[in-house]
Ligand binder design. Structure first.
Ligand SMILES: [Zn+2]
Length: 181
């Protein structure tokens, strides 16, 4: 089971926390030894897109750690106050500076090891002018046979690209729900 055990100080009063099972609960929570506040830790959502231009997809080369210099799909942590689609669109704008139209959900990937859920939407590019942001070294289009499979930043990116190209071959897109070990 995934355990953060990373909260050492109370968010409310700064007091020391200990991990203990609160009454009426069934797992360890960081609990403040001073004000008794219980800190709940839950998975984070990562949202992104597969931007498509004809038979090509847009990948971004990461200018940030982790996996600096590796290729990825535009994606990032969802923010409060936005939907999954809005978050995916915002990340695509920030990282690639692309113009696009959002399409259907393609993948929902649970990454239990790091406490994350990754959601990727297909997006139809409207042109091929990109303006990558500071988190991206370069953004460019790849055909399936050009994808740098050994230089992809994350397993979720690799699996999502495989779902995309497999579905495209079949002529029908569906939602792929899977666990990433
Ligand atoms: Zn406290």
């Amino acid at each position: 089971m995934f355990q953060h055990r990373s909260i050492k100080h109370c968010r409310a009063c700064g007091g020391a926390t200990v991990y203990a099972v609160p009454a009426d609960d069934n797992r360890d929570r960081a609990t403040c030894t001073v004000c008794q506040l219980v800190h709940y830790e839950n998975p984070l959502n990562v949202v992104g897109t597969v931007p498509v231009w004809g038979d090509q997809v847009l990948l971004c080369r990461r200018n940030i750690e982790p996996r600096h210099g590796f290729w990825t799909l535009p994606a990032g942590f969802m923010e409060l106050g936005e939907t999954t689609e809005q978050g995916a669109a915002r990340e695509t704008d920030e990282e690639a500076g692309a113009r696009f139209e959002m399409q259907g959900l393609l993948s929902v990937l649970s990454v239990v090891r790091v406490g994350q859920v990754h959601l990727y939407f297909r997006a139809r590019l409207l042109d091929t002018e990109f303006a990558p942001g500071p988190e991206t070294i370069e953004a460019r289009l790849f055909r399936e046979d050009e994808i740098p499979w050994d230089e992809l930043a994350f397993r979720t990116v690799r699996d999502t690209l495989k779902y995309f190209f497999d579905d495209r071959r079949k002529g029908q897109f569906s939602v792929h729900c899977a666990d990433i070990a």
